[in-house]
Ligand binder design. Structure first.
Ligand SMILES: [Zn+2]
Length: 1015
């Protein structure tokens, strides 16, 4: 007892003496943070950053405001607020900010005083805005046009407010990296480098070993070195080396702070310097040159920026005093310039970084398909936004609205790598869809007003504006109130059909109607060929359920038919068609039911044009594809299967299939139900084959008389889960093609990349997941070929797909899973649709297109028809009551010179009136070098014919994101040394002669112009 008392007294005395010493001797230390690059030393570039997802576990608003913090303690407003004083406190400190959707919102809320401080921080380089799009877009499930649009939106804002152009691509979190990101959204926007974290774990190991994490990436075969970019994959992840993490109140990673008061306990400066030097040397061992980057931050950090900067100040001070390595405050720009200055030669990287796996059984290939309905919605709205901006341009932009800006904003944020990717929580997915829907509503008004404006140019009466154009965004579920009107009492339905493409187009338009005796006339009064197809029960059910679920009401009528007719539409213009009652009803399809009992016939032939599909009579299965024009005759089978989603109950390295990851526990073919009816509808325009595959898969196969491809519409869901097993639904198309493990998938809808099953070009692949590890993202299409034939499949949205066996292609159409895959989202991917509180699994409706060609002929269809899939005809409806519409209105509108038609290899991907009245105009060559014998050539577009009624005062070619002149961008571009031999000469279109105004485009070239018209 006595001893213990004595001990206590002893400790008290020691404690007190320490306290006294502290009071006497603690003093102000001025940390030296002035260090810059020191040649000859290992330079550790500390890059302070915060990774702020534009929606993931919380919605974008919740992340910005810091609400809903029980889900995740994250408040981006706090990050930005706390950065400003932290940077002002020491001019050597630096910070990068990435996500413009957050930054712009914050910026608008700041006082002029803060704005002027921030402008100074930006111009001094202390605060650098990099990447600069509205979000850090995904790279697998996004279309290149959406990537360009969302980047342009951010870059132009930065240019206007700060007069700077972002230099760095910072795609640190997306789950694999695309060729299009490197060459198009990297080099072509004028970036000097691109950085990211996530590459395959096997690839990473090899690259660390060979010091090839940093490369010169040539993403495009066609544009080669003219669009290459210095690229760095981080050695681990985008957070700091372990033990150098300093967010306040974050217990998850407890790094020791630098305790540099020698009079206090736990003084640790020597130890912390040693740890710093050791971590630096270890990274230097896998990096070329004596520059390494430390990413000092991670998700939603710097909410109290001072905690990080205080520690980094101390490290700079003491590490540089120590002198073994040199530490400095840096940015990716400073780092890139330092790398460039070394004159090192870099290895070349081609193709892309897909698929991404973070361990043997964790291939992030599920998200290529996750949330297929959201993916479909995004694609549909992307096309609508493109067309709406064209119509807005023709009419003249309305500054006070309505305009297309809110659709632009909604589409921009949904390109985020936890949005269209399908890896967000359900409530966040709903938030994105709601934003798009609100944006659409406004754009719909713009389109309607534009069409009225253009159509009324010759209107002699004052009745114009009461005839508002209506549109049908739910046409896919056969819901279109304006076309479902009773025409038997003499009413006429007017349909304006707008074509956003630069070439003339013929297509079959379909609308639901309630009358049987109807016919279609063109604006010259000539009847056009039409066909009625009965609306079958399955479609009526889907329509009824989803109209109630989405609109909260039941449809008033039930249409009996689809009316299909041939529309011919001029480029960048519209045609008008009139539907009215008619005694003639001979256009009704002939309906043939093939019941399984009496399917005695050997074969059933479908298609009345050049293309015929042969089905086996007794099984009702597709057997053959015959094209009498191209002379292709190929055995084809088409089927459905599901992969059983792995539930992750392994004892070693457990891994479930989930929103990100695809991991199967076996394949199950889905057999057609024996009693299933096989129905064929035949008519003058098209034949349809209706097949109920099982109680939750229905399929319609269409063969158009005038087309040589097959259109397949699928309806999948609700996927049953009552057996406790999650399912991933695929469709397979099997042929006899000998493709030798090789197939091709597109990069973001643009370049096709060769894929070889169970093989990677960059390393010796250890195959652990023979199915999931061979999946690739598809935005445009997938194809295989052998010596004589090619089989192509094009898609209407982003999906995952592969060729798992020779001759075969497969697409994953839908997934419903019951387990979380442990990558953060914390929810199983189990989507439902609800009416009131009653929910059922989500049904997905979509299309894919199939064509078989002689070898060398497939590209024409994939590229030119692919663009038509992306940009469908836009339909608007109004009623004609007593007046003759076509006499009083412009029935045919030509946005361009009526004699002009774009070459088949060029698309207008942007035509938009900017806020300052100038026009943003982008053209894309659709073909790669060597892809097609006729169309992989230099193409030219005559601007005088594109804008016949306007005088072009000035035309300026810009970077892809329209934030700087192209010549300026080229002048600034860093030239890098590469370690490999010369490449073939790269061809590009030359400068535009202001007198001739002809734009030349080389294969795969996209050219962006800002045009100043004088009126
Ligand atoms: Zn992220």
């Amino acid at each position: 007892m006595a001893f213990r008392t004595w001990l206590l007294v002893f400790f008290l005395v020691v404690e007190l003496s320490a306290f006294v010493l502290q009071c006497v001797d603690s003093k102000y230390i001025k940390y030296n943070t002035t260090s810059t690059i020191v040649p000859g030393k290992l330079n550790v570039h500390l890059v302070p950053h915060s990774h702020d997802d534009v929606g993931w576990l919380k919605t974008i608003d919740q992340y910005y405001l810091g609400s809903n913090n029980t889900i995740q303690g994250a408040c981006v407003q706090d990050v930005l607020d706390s950065i400003v004083p932290a940077l002002l406190a020491d001019k050597n400190r630096k910070f990068i900010f990435v996500e413009q959707a957050f930054f712009q919102r914050w910026w608008r809320e700041q006082s002029e005083e803060i704005q002027s401080i921030v402008k100074k921080l930006v111009s001094s380089g202390q605060l650098e805005l990099i990447n600069g799009g509205m979000c850090m877009h995904d790279e697998a499930t996004v279309h290149y046009i959406d990537m360009i649009d969302q980047t342009t939106l951010g870059h132009r804002f930065i240019k206007e407010e700060f007069n700077v152009t972002p230099r760095i691509g910072w795609q640190i979190d997306p789950f694999g990296h695309s060729a299009v990101q490197a060459y198009l959204l990297g080099a072509e926007v004028g970036f000097d480098s691109l950085f990211f974290a996530r590459i395959d774990y096997q690839d990473r190991a090899k690259r660390k070993n060979e010091k090839s994490l940093e490369v010169i990436w040539r993403g495009s075969k066609s544009l080669g070195s003219s669009a290459q970019i210095f690229t760095g994959a981080f050695p681990e992840h985008y957070d700091p080396p372990s033990n150098f993490y300093f967010e306040v109140n974050d217990d998850s990673t407890d790094s020791p702070i630098v305790q540099d008061d020698i009079n206090l306990f736990d003084y640790n400066v020597p130890q912390r310097i040693n740890e710093f030097v050791a971590a630096a040397v270890s990274q230097a061992n896998v990096t070329r040159t004596n520059h390494i980057m430390w990413t000092m931050g991670t998700d939603f950090k710097y909410q109290y920026a001072h905690t990080w900067f205080r520690q980094m100040d101390k490290f700079l001070h003491y590490v540089n005093q120590d002198g073994r390595v040199n530490a400095l405050y840096s940015t990716p720009s400073i780092y890139t310039d330092a790398k460039h200055a070394t004159k090192e030669s870099w290895p070349i990287k081609t193709d892309d970084y897909f698929p991404y796996a973070d361990h043997e059984h964790a291939y992030w290939t599920g998200y290529f398909t996750s949330r297929p309905a959201l993916k479909g919605y995004v694609r549909m709205m992307s096309a609508y936004y493109l067309a709406a901006r064209q119509l807005e341009f023709f009419k003249g932009r309305n500054k006070s609205g309505p305009n297309t800006d809110s659709l632009a904003d909604a589409l921009a944020v949904v390109q985020h790598h936890d949005a269209v990717s399908g890896t967000e929580k359900q409530h966040v997915a709903n938030d994105y869809a709601k934003r798009i829907s609100i944006g659409y509503k406004e754009a719909e008004d713009v389109v309607a007003a534009s069409l009225v404006g253009v159509a009324n140019l010759t209107s002699k009466t004052g009745w114009s504006l009461q005839n508002k154009f209506q549109q049908c965004p739910l046409l896919n579920i056969s819901y279109c109130p304006p076309s479902e009107v009773d025409l038997s009492n003499g009413k006429n339905l007017v349909i304006v059909v707008y074509n956003p493409l630069g070439w003339r187009r013929e297509d079959v338009v379909r609308i639901p109607v309630i009358n049987e005796n109807v016919a279609v006339w063109d604006s010259s009064g000539k009847e056009v060929e039409s066909q009625l197809l009965p609306l079958l029960d399955v479609s009526v059910e889907v329509r009824k359920y989803h109209v109630k679920a989405y609109l909260g009401k039941s449809p008033k009528t039930t249409p009996s038919y689809w009316l299909a007719f041939s529309a011919t539409v001029p480029p960048l213009g519209f045609s008008t068609y009139i539907v009215s009652s008619s005694k003639r009803a001979d256009a009704t399809s002939v309906r043939q039911e093939y019941k399984s009992e009496n399917r005695k016939t050997d074969t059933i032939k479908v298609g009345s044009g050049k293309l015929k599909l042969i089905y086996s009579g007794n099984q009702g299965k597709l057997a053959q594809y015959i094209n009498s024009k191209s002379l292709v005759k190929e055995t084809v089978q088409q089927s459905y299967s599901y992969y059983r989603g792995n539930n992750g109950n392994q004892t070693v390295k457990p891994q479930a299939s989930g929103a990100y990851i695809f991991r199967t526990n076996g394949t199950h073919p889905i057999k057609s139900e024996d009693k299933a009816t096989f129905t064929v509808l035949r008519g003058p325009l098209l034949d349809e084959v209706h097949q109920r595959i099982n109680s939750w898969i229905y399929q319609i196969t269409r063969v158009y008389k005038g087309k040589e491809h097959v259109e397949v519409e699928f309806m999948v869901g609700p996927i049953p889960i009552d057996d406790g097993i999650g399912k991933e639904i695929v469709t397979q198309i099997a042929t006899t093609l000998k493709n030798k493990k090789t197939f091709y998938t597109d990069s973001n809808g643009r370049d096709f990349i060769e894929r070889i099953r169970n093989y990677r070009k960059d390393w010796d692949l250890q195959v652990n997941e023979p199915i999931a590890g061979n999946y690739y993202p598809i935005n445009l299409g997938i194809y295989i070929k052998d010596n004589s034939t090619e089989l192509s499949v094009l898609v209407d949205r982003s999906v995952g797909g592969s060729s798992i066996r020779d001759g075969q292609l497969e697409l994953m159409l839908h997934r419903r899973l019951l387990h979380d895959d442990s990558r953060g989202v914390g929810e199983a991917l189990n989507e439902t649709v609800c009416i009131s509180k009653k929910c059922t699994g989500l049904t997905v409706l979509g299309k894919y297109y199939l064509k078989i060609d002689p070898i060398g002929e497939g590209a024409k269809w994939r590229r030119s028809f692919g663009q038509e899939i992306y940009s469908p005809l836009l339909l608007a409806f109004t009623e004609q009551d007593g007046h003759d519409w076509t006499k009083l209105h412009v029935p045919t509108f030509h946005g361009m010179d009526p004699t002009y038609n774009f070459p088949e290899n060029v698309a207008i991907i942007t035509l938009q009136e900017l806020e300052d009245g100038k026009a943003l105009f982008r053209l894309a060559h659709l073909y790669e070098v060597g892809e097609d014998k006729d169309l992989s050539v230099m193409a030219s577009v005559e601007l005088k014919k594109v804008f016949p009624n306007k005088k072009i005062n000035k035309i300026t070619e810009t970077s892809l994101s329209a934030n700087q002149e192209r010549t300026e961008m080229e002048r600034k571009r860093l030239v890098w040394k590469v370690s490999e031999e010369e490449e073939p000469k790269v061809v590009r279109g030359g400068p535009v002669d202001p007198a001739k105004l002809v734009v030349n485009l080389a294969p795969m070239e996209i050219r962006t112009f800002v045009i100043d018209f004088s009126y």
